[in-house]
Ligand binder design. Structure first.
Ligand code: SF4
Ligand code: SF4
Length: 495
């Protein structure tokens, strides 16, 4: 194996647990009886349903869209009938209920006619980007940001290098690894198309050195293409973080508070590259995704191609159900994932993993006082002082936590992982960030309310002044007419 110098400061080597599913080829999950498509995105953007209860819908049909490009359109992943539009549990960590389209499967798995094959390299950049937007593609690495918008911004900033993220550094997750092995050609061609759409000179597919089969498959798939490079990077958590991958691949540092496009670099995930290939080559919207179902709490760990909107319960039953020792369900990886609030939660486009963890894996141990060992500082890839941020967050001193860099924290969990006192550092940070956001939105609401109150008072004063002026004008008019009448009477009486 190649020996690497440390590509960035901090970082950790968590236990991988990838052996649960790394040899499991991707299986296509049969479409479930029902899918649940939420009409509110993770960022709060609302979508309007384009169908009504009782309507028949086809696989790939547009069923909901929003007011602008930030609202990614939704397509039906199955052929069936709209059974209901009702409030239903969402994939948001709070489990908040949102308006949801419930589509009942009719058992037919064919695509409708409109999804034929096309020659994407003949498309102009604008048309490529529009098709990507119309296909409802979001970043499948977990961020969920609309891919078309990210690509358009990159083109406008004249990005020269596209990096395709094949890091998959979270423990347990192996879906990207399997995707790179089994769909290497799709990933390579999707990367090439994305690079063409934004005018980038080259695309680099970066893969961690613990995925030799993926590296080999991608090298074979890209062998004839001079504008695609496969680069091996060391496995070090959090290599999947955009700024750390850029550092490892190019040696360049994305300064805190800036975007990678300022350096002429754009990063996308391997699964997103495949989705782009399908959208441009076959005119197919994003209606399914590959995810890993794993953990010691699951009977049969698998990598599955899953229709968007499938419920967690359906996924669990496809994997033989939970073991007796299963204790917690997590969406995503164990480092950055979120606890799933309900087994009926539907899989949305951002979820790349479903873990069933046991007591032993959850490591919910009693936390102790900080012993100032500095391990969290050494592990932090952002160069922060986690123990200081936690001390301020714990007493709700959010300004103090921000002074120590809370806004730059990736919530990667490396600090919590190494802490010998088992202090749930990252939980303090997520809580603090949530509170700050809530305070900010409260302040914005109060400012808006103040603005509206002032505007109302101004309008009322203006209306009162107008009424007064009209009254005065009418009185003057009456006075004038009375004077005219008097003058006329005087002239008629010969006075
Ligand atoms: S690793 Fe834990 S115990 Fe050590 S300094 Fe950081 S918070 Fe304190
Ligand atoms: S969670 Fe934040 S503070 Fe902790 S290691 Fe990651 S970036 Fe640093």
């Amino acid at each position: 194996m190649r020996a690497f110098a440390k590509p960035f400061r901090g970082g950790i080597h968590p236990v991988g647990y990838k052996e649960f599913s790394q040899d499991c080829a991707i299986e296509k999950l049969p479409a479930p009886k029902r899918v649940y498509l939420g009409l509110q995105q993770r960022n709060g953007t609302l979508l309007s349903a384009l169908v009504s209860v009782g309507d028949s819908v086809g696989k790939g049909q547009l069923v909901a869209k929003g007011a602008n490009d930030m609202a990614v359109p939704l397509h039906s992943p199955i052929n069936g009938t709209v059974e209901d539009i009702r409030d239903y549990v969402s994939a948001h960590p709070s489990g908040i209920k949102i308006k949801t389209l419930v589509i009942k499967n009719n058992g037919d798995s064919s695509w409708s006619q409109q999804h034929g094959s096309i020659h994407p390299l003949s498309l102009a950049s604008d048309e490529m980007l529009q098709r990507i937007l119309d296909a409802g593609i979001v970043g499948l690495g977990g961020a969920g940001f609309p891919t078309g918008i990210k690509l358009r911004l990159a083109r406008d900033k004249q990005v020269h290098t596209l990096i395709i993220n094949g890091g998959e550094c979270e423990p347990y997750l192996t879906c990207d690894d399997r995707l790179m092995q089994e769909y290497a050609v799709d990933v390579v061609l999707g990367s090439q198309l994305m690079a063409k759409a934004i005018g980038a000179r080259k695309a680099i597919i970066a893969v961690e050195d613990n995925k030799p089969a993926s590296i080999q498959a991608l090298k074979i798939a890209a062998a004839e293409l001079h504008d695609i490079e496969i680069q091996v990077v060391p496995s070090l958590y959090p290599m999947g973080s955009e700024r750390h991958l850029i550092k490892a691949v190019t040696g360049k540092t994305v300064a805190p508070g800036t975007l990678s496009v300022e350096l002429g670099i754009l990063v996308h995930n391997v699964a997103t590259a495949r989705a782009v290939y399908h959208a441009l080559r076959f005119n197919r919207p994003l209606i399914d995704r590959v995810l890993t179902v794993s953990g010691a709490g699951i009977e049969q760990p698998k990598n599955l191609l899953v229709p968007i909107g499938t419920s967690v319960a359906d996924l669990l039953s496809a994997c033989g159900g939970l073991t007796m020792s299963a204790q917690r369900l997590v969406a995503g990886g164990p480092m950055m994932g979120q606890v799933i609030p309900s087994p009926y939660t539907p899989i949305d486009k951002s979820i790349g993993g479903l873990l069933a963890l046991t007591d032993q894996e959850v490591r919910d141990e009693q936390s102790h006082d900080c012993v100032r060992c500095g391990r969290c500082v050494a592990a932090c890839p952002m160069g922060l002082m986690p123990f200081q941020m936690a001390a301020h967050s714990r007493v709700s001193d959010y300004d103090g936590a921000q002074d120590y860099g809370l806004n730059h924290c990736l919530l990667c969990g490396a600090c919590s992982y190494v802490c010998p006192s088992r202090i749930p550092l990252v939980q303090h940070f997520s809580h603090a960030r949530g509170e700050i956001n809530a305070q900010r939105s409260m302040a914005q609401k109060s400012a808006l309310a103040r603005l509206l109150t002032n505007a109302r008072a101004e309008r009322l004063a203006k209306e009162a002044a107008q009424r007064k002026a009209e009254k005065a004008a009418k009185a003057a008019e009456r006075k004038k007419k009375a004077a005219q009448r008097k003058a006329q009477q005087a002239s008629e009486s010969g006075e």
